[in-house]
Design a protein around this ligand. Sequence first.
Ligand SMILES: [Zn+2]
Length: 328
Amino acid sequence: MKYFCHVCEKKFQSKKLLYYCTCGNVLEIVDKELKFEKISMGEGNTPLIFLKDLNIYLKLEYLNPTGSFKDRGSAIEIGYAVSMGFKKVCTASTGNMGVSISAYSSFANLTPIVFLTRTTSEKKIEQLKFFNAKIIKGFNTYKEALEFCEKKHSENKWFLAGDYGLRVEGQKIIAREIISQLGDLPDVVITPIGNGNLFFSLHKGFSEFKESVKIIGVQASGCNPLYKAFSKKSERFEPVKKAMTKASCIACEDPIWGKNVLKLCYEFGYEIHQASDKSMEKSKKFLGGKGIFVELGSASTLSVYLKLRDKLKDKKVVLILTGSGLKE
Ligand SMILES: [Zn+2]
């Protein structure tokens, strides 16, 4: 496969699946066509609905098979793992990733091993157990879980799944779906940022159309390393020590795609904003009042839309609602 590092601009080619560049940054896969086993549980083709009261569109990614957008990438990663003959798959997670990888692994008769943070909700743990995941829990931060998982992967030759290059190839399809559902390009897409993988995927998806769609990413104010860097126009960011937010699905202290996201912001005029837990609670409630039940991190997109409403009110805006409220 061919790879590209957006930070040091190095190109790689390898038969082995590569995750990181020699500079430490995560790698993008740049092959046009990836050939491996197709695994599907019916992910994708989620509805795009119009919320008349606010004149915005909502992309209902929480309607994917396990209740989050993660299923799009899991289909690709697990398909690859099957093709390569892996029997065990490991991933680090605050919840959604673990749940999704576990469902797809079990579907494909592989064994899922999930490294979980302390903040993972009981409902997500219940879902994980139901999918026969081997659970290793108790990590204080996502960063800690991730480092441990990556170490175990190299020691045991387990397939490492998570927010890496392969996942982008599944998630970028969201952009194509939005365009075909709208019959047009949106002006602005607002997405939550955890590891920044979805932000990057949306950019990759829309840039295939060679038209500009502004991407706005949202972090929780209790875990906002990229927001802080963006506010200072810095290309580097300082990881936060410990996430202090109830929005566990976006609580990544040291986002894997952080440097790539910041670079894209400066190059394409994208933005990063933050939302407090209080404002996310309010947005979640508002959406609930419209019959839409999402998790806190997903509601962050509405918080930022409401903050920027004067600027955005004549634009075609799409919010990506990433995860279901039933899991929180
Ligand atoms: Zn590099």
